[in-house]
Design a protein around this ligand. Structure first.
Ligand code: PGA
Ligand code: ZN
Length: 419
């Protein structure tokens, strides 16, 4: 049974405060979890409770921490940690708002994850096994090696340029191939006199000027490292286009131009025709442009993966609407967008039923907590994106997969994408 719950304020990879929660059971077991934080957040995400005021630029989470240590601890003490759905229902009810605005999604998610960890630790089984049973699979990893948008000052409008080892013998083999490309990319950038310092997610942040130039540079790095772009190492983009969409004029301010939804679709179609190594585009259209996103799905959905992030915010109710309207063919899963483990699982199950792919995701502000690595394996989610080959808060997730692969041995199953 849950004996004690204690939260504290710690700091994330951007130096902003975040919530860490310890759940202690009456058998002495500890479960600890830390909550990540986004920068290009969707408008309809569950509410991340920040203190406001002057302390820590208004970003303090003392109120969220107090909510855990007070109200939530009182409600959960004495409860069994082994029924995650029940715990999460209790948290949702206790909060009482539709978007976790009262207690804070950061408070609630921290408790939700820490309870799962405590339960797994108490049973002395790995978290992925506790959450997933026997149906386990290592996901296809997407490494964000060039950072733009609000994650860097590279001046590139597209937020994420990811590479993924579509051809690999093992998870480990895939990471090794990506490491080779990553180091080659660094060399190529340096030779061109470009910046090799990294952005929020560990990708380089060079002033490459345009999306096309960034992709050309990726092709060069992949091929110089000895691989074929497309069949061995493929490319995925996250333009995070809500960030450059003008809600009033309904125009996209992209690379010095003002594009209609129609123009932007033509741009993506040309881009994919020119660079066939692109296999996935996330948030190509704004969370406020459902028609644009649906039109893209109609035009490109049978050729490439189209991932909904800001538009669905891991929210089963919003996602259901999206499925009905033919928006995207995959969903990004970020636990802190919705605020509990159980609701995240619900979104994944919904995706599976509707024939949508699922990609688990970190946030641009992270800690070394690798919960999402275990979660991806447990949910046999198929895909994950968790940053580049730099910055320990990113690498820690990939390293966790290496440990899990070693532990599973011959039983380690690899996700295949594209199928
Ligand atoms: P965020 O970005 O964590 O800053 O919201 C990640 C994404 O847009 O996928
Ligand atoms: Zn995104």
């Amino acid at each position: 049974l849950i004996e004690n719950i204690h939260a504290r304020e710690i700091f994330d990879s951007r130096g902003n405060p975040t919530v860490e929660v310890d759940v202690v059971l009456n058998d002495g077991t500890l479960g600890r979890a830390a909550v990540p934080s986004g920068a290009s957040t969707g408008d309809r995400e569950a509410v991340e409770l920040r203190d406001g005021g002057t302390r820590l630029q208004g970003k303090g989470v003392a109120n969220a921490v107090n909510n855990v240590n007070g109200e939530i601890a009182s409600a959960l003490t004495g409860k069994s940690p082994f029924n995650q759905a029940e715990i999460d229902q209790l948290l949702i009810k206790l909060d009482g708002t539709p978007n976790k605005a009262r207690l804070g999604a950061n408070a609630i998610l921290g408790v939700s994850m820490a309870v799962a960890r405590a339960a797994a630790n108490s049973e002395k089984i790995p978290l992925y096994r506790y959450l997933g049973g026997v149906d386990l699979e290592l996901p296809q990893p997407f490494f964000n090696v060039i950072n733009g948008g609000v994650h860097a000052d590279s001046g590139i409008d597209v937020q994420e340029f990811m590479i993924t080892p579509v051809k690999r013998e093992s998870f480990c083999d895939g990471v090794e191939k990506v490491a080779n490309v990553y180091h080659t990319l660094k060399k190529i950038l340096a030779e061109q006199g470009l910046e090799t310092a990294v952005g929020d997610e560990g990708g380089f942040a060079p002033k490459l000027g345009s999306t096309e130039h960034a992709i050309e540079t990726l092709y060069k790095a992949i091929e110089t490292a000895g691989y074929t772009a497309g069949s061995e190492i493929a490319i995925a983009l996250d333009p995070a286009s809500s960030e450059f969409y003008d809600n009033e004029t309904q125009l996209y301010h992209f690379e010095g131009q003002k594009l209609t939804s129609h123009d932007l679709l033509a741009y993506y179609e040309n881009l994919v025709a020119k660079f066939p190594a692109i296999i996935s585009i996330e948030d190509g259209f704004s969370e406020h442009d459902w028609d644009g996103f649906a039109a893209q799905t109609k035009a490109q959905g049978d050729k490439i993966q189209l991932v909904g992030d800001d538009i669905f915010v891991t929210n089963p109710a919003i996602f259901a609407e999206g499925i009905e309207k033919g928006v995207a063919n995959a969903i990004l899963i970020k636990l802190n967008q919705i605020g509990t483990v159980t609701e995240s699982i619900e979104a994944i199950k919904m995706a599976r039923k509707a024939g949508y792919n699922t990609m688990i995701s970190h946030r641009s502000g992270e800690t070394v907590d690798s919960f999402i690595a275990d979660f991806a394996v447990a949910m046999h989610a198929g895909q994950i994106k968790t940053g580049s080959m730099a910055r320990s808060e990113r690498i820690e997730k990939y390293n966790q997969f290496l440990r899990i692969e070693e532990e599973l041995g011959a039983a380690a199953r690899l996700a295949k994408f594209p199928e």
